[in-house]
Design a protein. Sequence first.
Length: 257
Amino acid sequence: MTIEDIKQTAREAGNILLTARRPKIMEKSGHANFVTETDEKVQRFLVDKLKDLLPEAEFLGEEDGQDEFSAKMAKGFCFVIDPIDGTSNFIYEYRPSVVSIGLLRDGKPYMAVVYNPYDDMMFSAVAGEGAYMNGERIMSSEAPLSEQLSCFGTAPYYEELRDKSFDIAKKLLPLCVDLRRSGTAAWDMCCVAIGRCGLYFELKIQIWDYAAAALIAQEAGCSVTDTEGKPLSYTGPSSALCMSRGVKKIPDCFKEA
Ligand code: IPD
Ligand code: CA
């Protein structure tokens, strides 16, 4: 199996998003945490296809009852998938939403694909081999934070983090050009990787939100850690801070919060 096989699978999954109409919506735990029948359909599609590509791999995915990390996922290959990152965007037809496929090898990021079908943007990376968008090598921006946009996620499902998220955002705004909130964490990190943004943060996201995008960003020269500068967890949720090459140190607003 090669990264091209995973890209092809993501492309086909993206087509399901493009052709889906008015999906049935189900609610999960947490504030406005939804899943649609399309999330489940894409998840089933991905698991079927990826199992064919790499039969020995374990799966960790946002939908379909495979969302608990277990010890066996830390050994050998494990696909970490988010069929639709940006489910609320998908429901409200607010773009984009992306398909995210990460492959861990012995618990560490090994291959990554994030596909935005609306703009036909295919991000990919293999550990140690650089990051690509539609086959072209990408690097994050070298401009300082003051000359770049920043983006953040509101950690929408965790009400206890709301004040802290917006305190940081308020202090971050004057340090950069302006703030953006896209509605998909995987996309946000890809935006830092490709030089559209200088920084992305969110106080709690799940492994499937970042397993693929964090590797893409790292391979594009970004620093990707939790908001304290420690390595991201690959066994459970984490905060996330992704900074482009031009952002040399963690802004003080993260320490003060
Ligand atoms: C969410 C999106 C959102 C982020 C949330 C994620 P979902 O994923 O990535 O941007 O703020 O933390 O959970 O629920 O749309 O797959
Ligand atoms: Ca997600």
